[in-house]
Write a protein that binds this ligand. Structure first.
Ligand code: MN
Length: 317
């Protein structure tokens, strides 16, 4: 694994970058990617972002048309917040693997480092944004309001608004220094955590209606299928707004949300509260993530995938 100093040095020595976030980019991914773009542009570099899937409405406020790849030909590909290569979808083959040089900046403990030139994976960081913050400081780029705002989005989103156990004193020190850049933190928090589309609100009814409890109510699960999407008007990625609720019922240790993508494709988001390492569970089935938040796609029906997960969790809760 490489260091912050090595990464900063490498970035300063190169000029044409393409940043590749993960599919369905969350606030951490998009915030850290766009903050890094702005910092590198401040150094006179050419930088664009190639998105595996479009930016959601929730995060449009940190997106800008000038970030889009267009016909730009990069030299260096930078994976940001990508736990594994498949998280880039076809952009891995089309851009990342083809690029002359590649680096990986991430904080997922399951990431083994897949880039050619440099791998900076620090699972003690609550967000990829913490690592990007350190890289930006190391490169000597001043924190503008635009950069600080994006790093704040990044860290706030991956800590659930500084609530999760990944929040450290280091996280809060970084957040404090971002605060000093005159960001409107209240507005950011409202946009991230207290604003939902009508479709999301409609979807919430399905998410709670379908909740079921297992193993002495230590596991709570729910699912989102085509029927729920059709009746609520929501899209599958909007279900992400309610994943956290699966572990919110008193006494629940593990929360699961099953997304029925296709008859034989089920995507599962896993959350835990105190003692179950859900990244280990996800990894068993080919997924990954963090100790308290992970994900996996299983090429089976909902019923089969559910049975597989419950079998695994039976011993753990
Ligand atoms: Mn992240």
């Amino acid at each position: 694994m490489n260091t912050i100093a090595q990464t900063a040095q490498f970035l300063k020595e190169n000029n044409n970058f393409i940043i590749i976030p993960h599919r369905s980019p969350d606030g951490d991914c998009l915030g850290s990617s766009s903050a890094l773009l702005l910092a590198l542009r401040a150094l006179g570099k050419n930088v664009k972002i190639a998105l595996p899937t479009p930016v959601t409405k929730r995060l449009m406020f940190i997106w800008d048309e000038s970030f889009e790849q267009g016909d730009f030909e990069p030299e260096v590909a930078i994976a940001v917040d990508d736990a594994a290569t498949y998280m880039m979808l076809e952009l891995y083959d089309d851009i990342f693997a083809k690029a002359k040089k590649s680096i990986c900046i991430d904080h997922h403990g399951t990431n083994e480092g897949f880039a050619k030139d440099l791998n900076l994976v620090d699972s003690t960081s609550a967000a990829a944004g913490e690592i990007v913050y350190r890289i930006i400081c190391e490169m000597g780029v001043g924190l503008t309001k635009d950069i600080a705002e994006r790093l704040y989005v990044s860290i706030a989103d991956d800590t659930g608004g500084f609530q999760y156990s990944n929040t450290t004193s280091e996280t809060l020190k970084i957040a404090a220094s971002l605060h000093d850049c005159n960001i409107e933190s209240d507005e950011i928090m409202r946009k991230l955590f207290a604003t939902h589309t009508t479709e999301e609100m409609n979807l919430l009814k399905f998410v709670t209606d379908r909740m079921e409890y297992h193993f002495d109510s230590k596991v709570c699960l729910t699912y989102v299928d085509d029927e729920a999407l059709l009746k609520s008007g929501a899209e599958m990625n909007q279900a992400d707004a309610w994943i956290g609720l699966t572990r919110s019922t008193e006494g629940v240790e593990v929360g699961l949300m099953f997304k029925l993508i296709a008859p034989n494709e089920t995507r599962i988001s896993l959350r835990s509260n105190e003692y179950v390492d859900v990244s280990a569970v996800a990894k068993k089935f080919g997924g990954g993530g963090h100790v308290r938040a992970a994900g996996v796609t299983i090429n089976e029906s909902y019923e089969t995938a559910k049975e597989m997960l419950l079998n695994e969790l039976k011993e753990l809760v």
